[in-house]
Design a protein around this ligand. Structure first.
Ligand code: SF4
Length: 505
């Protein structure tokens, strides 16, 4: 099994006398397409470049991890990993977390705060002549001047702060190849920020067909990497989300255009998963940022190109949106037929306003989708995210009215009754979102439609860079309307909002 090299010894074993690109990451090296570093490494390798990966370099010693492979021929790539390092390190209450899911055994402290800036500055200091290319969610969402919650102040664009040369924004396969090819021809690029364009189906399939081992690098000697455990039996069906929730960074990073893989590419990946030594027949998630957007999007693409809406669903579903679930249902059936597959669960979130309105199902295929989802693809608990109950808070979040959740509960109970299932509907909520007061949390806790449900899923709002909700948090206004709105900034107040959720109903 062939991993990309991570040490001098491994480079020598390959007989390489030079390396084209060295990637530094704040995460452990897991050769799986759920990890951006693994994708970029494999994409560059497929283009004929020699690539090495340095996971979680020590930035506190004599910097030997940064020197050990010398200078690459083309560039250093730098990413904080799958999460912004500040979100990875601190809770919404700004407390240091005690674990890190992207590190062996979940150990904390394997990457610095603001990892992109720290790694880039070190590399620029050691190898001033070698270009540094930054990417991943931390670089991508800090590409412009932005509000930083942890410092409670505005920060300069990350290219300025880090001293890096180029920034790849969004999903970076094409952009990183463009940079490598320009630098290998000895050319500079005119732009310093390169945006990922959506990939075509064939291009996306080609990415997922690359020879990922789907395993953590052997250097970890079988140690548990919690994030890998979570995703090792999951499959990505598409990228992007057109939901446009105000608090979500996915649209800013992956874009709102849905890029779907072909069914045959997904089936190939499922077949290879069945050969994984630990696979016992259960796919834990056949999903994406929003699981039920597979193959959806605008019917008339020319309208979408001119469109300025941030959501295709809020405040109402766009008439140009093709929101049919037939392809997804067919995909679920095909995956279930793969020999060795016993269960296919959908662990990713769904948007129920794609198939439901307050009067019930929008379409027959929506009804079929929900019934199949509940009866065949739920492991006993269907997680959904109304996020709040109060309409003015939901409006700030760009989420549909709570009436829709009430309808969902009716339909869920009906499906369970008909099929004799004792399943649970588990709603997820956010406290302290801009616009949300203690009184709103009190109203949430008293909502009759939530009685009898399993209620422990509430997240304290974290203002991550570049979201609409963060603009609200920083300015105290809704940027879409200019209207002022209440913002809970006090940590004790935030904790009080969250704890209210658990008060006895
Ligand atoms: S035109 Fe409609 S479907 Fe297309 S991007 Fe705009 S809101 Fe979405």
């Amino acid at each position: 099994m062939m991993f990309l090299p991570t040490s001098k010894k491994e480079v020598e074993a390959l007989g390489w006398d030079y390396i084209d690109v060295i990637l530094f990451s704040g995460d452990a090296y897991v050769d799986h397409p759920a990890f951006g570093t693994a994708i970029i490494a494999r994409v560059l390798e497929a283009e004929g470049y020699r690539v090495a990966v340095v996971p979680q370099p020590n930035w506190r010693d004599d910097l030997r991890d940064f020197r050990k492979l010398g200078a690459p021929r083309l560039f250093f790539g730098v990413t904080a990993g799958a999460m912004d390092s500040m979100v990875n390190h601190y809770t919404a209450a700004k407390r240091l977390r005690s674990d890190d899911a992207y590190t062996p055994e979940g150990r904390p402290g394997a990457r610095p705060d603001r990892a992109v800036t720290v790694y880039s500055r070190i590399l620029k200091q050691l190898f001033p002549e070698v270009p540094v290319v930054i990417g991943g969610i931390e670089a991508s969402l800090r590409r412009e001047r932005h509000y930083d919650y942890w410092d409670d102040r505005m920060h300069a664009p990350i290219l300025e702060e880090s001293g890096a040369d180029y920034l790849v924004a969004g999903m970076g396969e094409k952009a990183v190849v463009k940079i490598a090819s320009a630098l290998s021809r000895g050319e500079d690029l005119p732009e310093r920020i390169l945006f990922g364009e959506p990939l075509t189906e064939a291009e996306l399939d080609a990415v997922y067909d690359l020879p990922f081992t789907k395993l953590p690098h052997p250097r970890y000697k079988g140690k548990r990497i919690p994030a890998y455990d979570m995703i090792k039996f999951s499959i990505t069906t598409h990228r992007g989300c057109f939901g446009g929730c105000s608090f979500c960074a996915i649209t800013a990073h992956q874009g709102r255009t849905i890029q779907s893989r072909s069914a045959s590419s997904i089936i190939r990946e499922v077949e290879s998963l069945t050969r994984h030594p630990e696979f016992r027949g259960t796919i834990t998630d056949l999903g994406a940022p929003t699981a039920n957007m597979y193959r959806m999007g605008g019917r008339d693409k020319s309208l979408c190109e001119k469109c300025v809406r941030t959501s295709c669903l809020f405040p109402n579903m766009c008439r140009n949106l093709q929101h049919d679930h037939t392809s997804l249902l067919e995909l679920y059936e095909k995956v279930l037929k793969v020999p060795g597959v016993k269960h296919v669960y959908i662990g990713s979130g769904i948007r129920y306003d794609l198939f439901l309105d307050v009067n019930g199902f929008i379409s027959e295929d929506g009804r079929r989708y929900f019934e199949q989802l509940v009866t065949k693809h739920t492991s006993g608990r269907l997680k959904v995210a109304p996020e709040h109950t109060e309409d003015h808070v939901l409006k700030a979040m760009a989420k549909p009215s709570f009436k829709l959740f009430e309808r969902l509960r009716v339909e869920f109970d009906e499906v369970c009754r008909r099929h004799g299932l004792n399943y649970q509907l588990v709603p997820y909520f956010i406290s302290s979102h801009p616009g949300c007061t203690m009184r709103d949390m009190q109203a949430l806790s008293r909502k009759a439609a939530l009685h009898g449900l399993y209620m422990d899923q509430v997240q304290d709002f974290t203002p991550t860079p570049m979201t609409v909700s963060t603009q609200m948090f920083a300015s105290g206004r809704d940027p879409r309307t200019g209207e002022p709105l209440f913002v809970e900034r006090d940590i004790a107040g935030k904790q009080k909002q969250k704890s209210f959720f658990f008060k006895k109903r």
